[in-house]
Design a protein around this ligand. Structure first.
Ligand SMILES: Cc1ncc(COP(=O)(O)O)c(C=O)c1O
Length: 382
């Protein structure tokens, strides 16, 4: 009997079990406790920021980060159209309006030159641009060397959506540390997981203190329950933080396994006309997900053909994000579009990328893809 091979399942084992049991036995079964404080310190150290606030999801982290830079009704926030919906939803939670920008077709990350044009245009029109939210797509950092000076010149804060990018770097600097504040996700499919969870990382202690306050129902530090503003119940549980601490110890090993897998895919597709690995040239990526981009004119097949073939062998794949400006929930979305994100949605395919895949599963995926390619190209299977 074959087991389904998933895209990016959690990679947990005895270390996580021992940390969880220890936390349970410590009695700190609450959204407060020593593992929570330690997890925040350890993630901040890894990302290289002065502090961190652990919350219940990456979406919550983005929401509080945007509130932290003052986003609210009447503001606009620039968001890449090629992302998971949480990035744009978090903008809406604050009352601000997301304005979308297309991506660089090579990397899938936001197109920096187009972002500059859009920002200048918005500022010229008198819009209050409260933030830019670059997304480090699939674990590859945005070109911050180019983006940050543009945002600095216009005085627009950067809120880095590093939900997928813990452990990645750009120019040696860790993902999460580029903006005024960064947001991480520890969802079950991410590079490290707490089953569900997220974190704000920043050097701005005032912003972090305010996020922590809002995440705990905006409760005032007095013995009775006193609230002067509307807060949220967004804190992470101490138990889940313990799970995260164990995962963090294994982060580099997990990145290594994902990179090995990406290298195997790159080798397999190297000689296949019309196919490339998205962001392959980025050797600082954490390789969270590996996607290929298929030019059907050159390859003679579509990404969906390979997806169907793999599904027939119980191997999960996923299209690259459907752009936000094509999502019904955003209606007639405002933004700058080149067609690059639409093309990646049409021609991209994300392959199983998890660090928990064993040798047999990796071999199985590569063999099934090899057989597909042999059938399509008439070559002998790899
Ligand atoms: C780019 C991006 N932003 C935000 C999120 C939201 O994180 P979470 O699922 O932890 O709320 C995710 C992942 O789910 C994501 O991929």
């Amino acid at each position: 009997m074959t087991r389904t091979i998933h895209l990016s399942p959690p990679d947990v084992g005895p270390l996580e079990e021992s940390y969880l049991i220890a936390a349970l036995r410590s009695g700190w079964v609450a959204p407060v406790g020593p593992d929570l404080a330690a997890f925040e310190r350890e993630v901040a150290a890894r990302v290289g920021t002065a502090g961190a606030v652990a919350v219940s999801s990456g979406t919550a982290a983005l929401h509080l980060a945007l509130l932290g830079v003052g986003a609210g009704a009447g503001d606009v926030v620039v968001v890449p159209t090629l992302t998971f919906i949480a990035t744009a939803n978090a903008v809406r939670y604050t009352g601000a309006r997301p304005v979308f920008v297309d991506c660089d077709p090579r990397t899938g990350n936001l197109d920096v030159a187009l972002t500059a044009e859009l920002l200048h245009d918005l500022v010229r029109r008198g819009e209050r641009v409260r933030a830019v939210v670059p997304v480090d797509m699939f674990g590859s950092c945005v070109d911050y060397t180019a983006l940050l000076p543009i945002c600095a010149e216009l005085g627009v804060p950067v809120v880095e959506d590093a939900a997928e990018a813990l452990g990645a770097r750009h120019g040696g600097q860790p993902a999460g540390s580029f903006g005024r504040v960064g947001a991480l996700s520890f969802n079950g499919n991410k590079i490290i997981t707490t089953s569900g969870g997220g974190m704000l990382v920043s050097d701005d202690q005032v912003l972090l203190d305010r996020a922590r306050h809002l995440a705990t129902q905006a409760r005032e530090p007095v013995p009775h329950y006193e609230h002067r503003e509307t807060g949220y119940n967004y804190r992470l549980s101490n138990l889940l933080a313990a799970l995260g601490r164990a995962q963090l110890l294994r982060l580099d090993g997990m990145i290594g396994r994902r990179r090995d897998l990406r290298d195997r895919y790159a080798k397999l597709f190297a000689a296949v006309p019309g196919v490339r690995v998205l962001g392959e040239e980025d050797d600082e990526s954490n390789c969270w997900l590996t996607s290929i981009v298929v030019n059907p004119g050159q390859a003679g097949w579509h990404a969906t053909d390979l997806a169907a073939h793999l599904a027939g062998h119980d191997i999960e794949t996923r299209p690259v994000w459907k752009p936000m400006h094509l999502q019904p929930v955003f209606g007639a979305a405002e933004g700058r579009f080149t067609g690059a994100a639409e093309q990646l949605f049409r021609d991209g395919l994300t392959l199983p990328s998890g660090s928990a895949m064993d040798t047999g599963q990796v071999a199985q995926v590569l063999t099934v893809i090899g057989a597909f390619l042999a059938e399509r190209t008439g070559a002998s299977p790899a």
